[in-house]
Ligand binder design. Sequence first.
Ligand SMILES: Nc1ncnc2c1ncn2[C@@H]1O[C@H](COP(=O)(O)OP(=O)(O)OP(=O)(O)O)[C@@H](O)[C@H]1O
Ligand SMILES: [Mg+2]
Length: 301
Amino acid sequence: MLEISGLRKTFPNGVVALDGVDLVVPKGEIVGVIGRSGTGKSTLIRCVNRLEEPTAGTIHLEGEEITRMRGPQLRAARRRIGMIFQQFNLLTSRTAAENVALPLEIAGVGRAERRRRALELLDLVGLGDRGASHPSQLSGGQKQRVGIARALASEPALLLSDEATSALDAETTNSVLDLLRTINAELGLTVLLITHEMDVVRAACDRVALLDAGKVVEHGPLGEVVARPESRLAQGLLPQFGRVEVADHEHARELVLFDDADERLAAEVAAGARIEARSTERIGDRRVTRALVVSPSEVTV
Ligand SMILES: Nc1ncnc2c1ncn2[C@@H]1O[C@H](COP(=O)(O)OP(=O)(O)OP(=O)(O)O)[C@@H](O)[C@H]1O
Ligand SMILES: [Mg+2]
């Protein structure tokens, strides 16, 4: 578990980047922090691994106070915190396997063991056959998978992700987020994930916090947040319910979006109209269905 309490960061130029942040990332969960540009998201992450010195407040990782640590103790704590970045930050002169092995090299692990672990980790992220490739020979999604394997090399208790999918297209983003979820489930890894995209929160997170001007203004499990009528987060997380006309030269079609809890509409869509396509996604503990309906006149929203 990661516990952030009363965290403040004022830069020497007077900018207050964090203005009293309280945030808990329960062990084994993925918590998303979302917020617009300049709102302090990266500063928050950089305080957690102490690349920035907080001005005030405390950060505890599994009961140990990171904010107090110095020297060798801090270095040991940092090894327990993996990080992935928007620009991957791989060394171009090294192969994928050598990149993954880097944290092990720094920790003094022997060559054979490093190599064995690196290949095992590459296998875990679906790149078992690309160990000898250099970053320039890999796609963006593959580079981020190498980044994830490298972050896992020192068996971290916490993974920090700062806009790790922002440089990737939608499909690749989803496959990387799927991988994070799988690793989270298999290894029980705790993840603090920073993003400015609601789609990322929706696809990957158990909980979400909205950061605005250095403060957490709203937070909670996804299922709870989407149920709050006044929630700014819910507005972003939920698709707009109702009908959207889909222009087509052959048929009049409408895209109907509804919460599966809305049984009346669900039944009407199922009974009264020809459904050409439908998909259901889970958002927190709600299920939202999108249905492409051919005879929309029979559906009343
Ligand atoms: N080293 C620094 N010195 C002075 N001000 C800084 C420094 N780093 C960040 N800031 C300021 O702190 C505020 C928060 O920056 P931060 O990078 O944490 O935002 P962010 O939410 O990550 O933004 P983005 O979504 O664009 O990445 C901004 O006003 C930024 O200009
Ligand atoms: Mg940032």
